[in-house]
Ligand binder design. Structure first.
Ligand SMILES: [Zn+2]
Length: 134
């Protein structure tokens, strides 16, 4: 199996796992919902559940987008090129982090930039495109 095929399999597996995770979490939340007593702040509970689900969706959607983006790049034959400097991303990096769209140097530069933004008070969720997680 070529490295790119292994990476593609990995991305597809991540995608499946993500869907399963979201489905499971939704089941859990629904389970919680039916266990609440109707007389105790039913409305507040409902809002909490809705908020939780929305958060889950946001996180899941970001991850799903990065996975789908990588899969699209593979289809188009553009996968493995750093989108910041245009250099090839080493296959070893892609095998560890299939959704990486930048080389290590550019990922570090991005992380420094986002740390700086956070220090300046512009708090931001760590971006899934940084490629330095895990
Ligand atoms: Zn780069």
């Amino acid at each position: 199996m070529k490295p790119i095929e292994r990476i593609r399999e990995k991305l597809l597996a991540q995608r499946r796992a993500l869907f399963e995770q979201v489905a499971r979490a939704e089941d859990d939340l629904r389970g919680l919902d039916t266990n609440t007593h109707p007389e105790t702040e039913e409305e507040a509970q409902g809002q909490n559940l809705a908020r939780l689900l929305a958060q889950l969706d946001d996180r899941g959607n970001v991850e799903l987008r990065t996975i789908d983006r990588a899969l699209t790049l593979i289809e188009e034959g553009d996968y493995g090129t750093c989108e910041d400097c245009g250099e090839r991303i080493p296959v070893e990096r892609l095998e560890v982090l299939p959704t990486a769209t930048t080389c290590v140097l550019c990922a570090e530069a991005r992380e420094r930039a986002s740390r700086q933004r956070r220090r300046q008070g512009d708090v931001e969720e760590p971006s899934a495109t940084l490629g330095t997680e895990r």
